[in-house]
Design a protein around this ligand. Structure first.
Ligand code: AHR
Length: 504
């Protein structure tokens, strides 16, 4: 233990974890609430182009550093027929959405999404319905999206204005199939059988695709890890990623406990590291299955106060106004993904716009919430080889509001990446006091061109509003480099991204 509020972050080239896969900076767009309608696609807005795409939203999602996007759900996908969302818009059916109690007008579907993704410069990740849909439905979807013309569905795509195959590589085989809330939820062995059949047909049609199989939808599930073990043992040789989800919930009585979230994320990833190793070992396999952490975020408000009538279109659902503390926790998610870059090879922030999202819209503009800024900074700078930091600092113990769970939470959370001679270090001060931080560069070289950006507020519950949109926003932070070490004072409850050139 150190006396006072000091922290040292030891970095070494010899502690390289893996090259960060840019897919860890993905997002997720579900047909839910005002995400698609009034979010991404809003023909009634003065900010939309002739195709109804909100240009301000597109730019904000770009600014978030979004590298990939998962679509169309989520729970929505498990009762979705992809055919409803293609073809002439006037002929598309209106359907009741089982998952969210809304009306789905289907005026936005696969072709519109893939065009949006293309404009975003993001890799699409499509989910097939394995709740109420069949393996054949999934294979026909793949045919529509990826096969050259000459077949029923690929010809239909051409007739819909897209003669060239889209070549989508990432395919989720269902969503959260371990959850009793999921349409078509079944036991693990039955889901494995569905996923095997669908995956086999899909890879048979297009061997270049990668499939993502449902793991647990959270650590709180009664089948946590056991579901995942069954799925991995059944499908190890057939799939490329295991999908896992986590939503952190703010603890009303103990902010200290909530701010220790990074410790719990690391712990969860340790569980999966062990499980992946166990199954690989049992199978005497040299294959790697990656983790697709394809739903992650803070999620505090289960229901918006006034979502609108049952079966409404674009209901105000899950409209969460995040605060500064939520941004500090989002930064810890990404820091943990970087520290575990060898196993977390894809991830999606759930979600992007209006629905548990960092971007909120109204007809004439948008608002960036506090979670936006740390995510955007890490997504922009978090490239290259992840270096495992050894952090020496004080830690304190916190319990959750029920007094049941305890976390020993170091004052400082940290992650680091090195790309060529560009070093980036990400820091979160979990405490309400300034922290004097030293980063000795032993073995990394000498630092110059050093600069830092912080997202800080003394009030953890501070947020951005339409009236004060810049209350929580990035600002410069003083940082020095004397060649052999980088030094800074990290203010209370601050996130910082430190950049330096290291040479020699
Ligand atoms: O992201 C919101 C919902 O959370 C998704 O639809 C579902 O997969 C998860 O339970």
């Amino acid at each position: 233990m150190l006396a006072g509020m000091n922290a040292t972050v030891h970095l070494s080239r010899h502690h390289a974890v893996a090259t960060v896969d840019p897919l860890v900076f993905g997002g997720f767009a579900e047909h839910l609430g005002r995400h698609i309608y009034e979010g991404i696609y809003d023909p009634g807005s003065p900010k939309a182009d002739a195709a109804g795409i909100r240009l301000d939203v597109l730019e904000a999602v770009k600014g978030l550093g979004t590298t990939s996007c998962r679509y169309p759900g989520g729970n929505f996908v498990s009762n979705y027929d992809w055919r409803d969302g293609v073809g002439p818009v006037a002929q598309r059916p209106r359907r009741p959405d089982y998952a969210w109690g809304a009306t789905e007008p289907n005026t936005f579907g696969t072709d519109e999404f893939l065009s949006w993704c293309n404009r975003l410069g993001a890799t699409p990740m499509l989910a097939v319905n394995l709740g109420t849909g069949t393996a054949r439905d999934a294979a026909e979807y793949l045919e529509y999206v990826n096969l050259p013309t000459g077949f029923t569905w690929s010809d239909r795509r051409a007739r819909n204005g897209h003669p060239e195959p889209y070549g989508v590589k990432l395919w989720c085989l269902g969503n959260e199939m371990d959850g009793p809330w999921q349409a078509g939820h079944v036991k693990a062995a039955e889901y494995a059988s569905r996923a095997r059949q669908a995956g086999k047909l899909m890879k048979g049609l297009d061997p270049s695709i990668k499939t993502i199989v449902c793991g647990s939808s959270g650590t709180g599930m009664g089948t946590y890890l056991e579901w995942d073990r069954t799925i991995l043992e059944e499908l190890w040789d057939d799939v490329d990623y295991l999908s896992i989800h986590r939503y952190a919930m703010r603890c009303k009585s103990s902010q200290g406990w909530f701010l220790g979230e990074g410790v719990r994320i690391d712990r969860m990833l340790d569980d999966y590291r062990g499980l992946l190793g166990y199954v690989r070992g049992r199978k005497h396999s040299s294959k790697q299955v990656g983790l697709s952490f394809d739903e992650w975020n803070v999620w505090n408000t289960c229901f918006s106060p006034d979502p609108g009538p049952k079966w409404g279109v674009a209901k105000h659902q899950l409209e969460e106004y995040y605060t500064h503390v939520d941004g500090l926790v989002c930064a810890q998610f990404l820091c943990s993904f970087l520290r575990n870059a060898d196993i977390v090879t894809a991830a999606c922030l759930a979600q992007l716009v209006n629905v548990i999202a960092p971007i909120m819209t109204r007809k004439d503009g948008l608002l960036l919430l506090p979670t936006y800024h740390p995510i955007a900074l890490i997504a922009r700078l978090g490239r290259g080889v992840s270096l495992r930091p050894t952090v020496v600092c004080n830690a304190s113990k916190h319990v959750d509001e029920n007094g049941k769970q305890e976390v020993s939470s170091p004052d400082l959370d940290a992650a680091a990446v090195l790309e060529g001679n560009r070093l980036a270090v990400f820091l979160v001060n979990r405490t309400g006091a300034p922290l004097s931080v030293e980063v000795p560069l032993s073995g990394l070289g000498r630092a110059d061109e050093v600069r830092a950006t912080q997202v800080q507020h003394d009030d953890l519950m501070a947020t951005n509003t339409w009236e004060k949109p810049q209350e929580v926003a990035p600002r410069g932070l003083v940082v020095t480099a004397d060649g052999a070490r980088i030094s800074l004072t990290l203010p209370a409850y601050a996130f910082a991204a430190v950049e330096a050139r290291v040479t020699g």
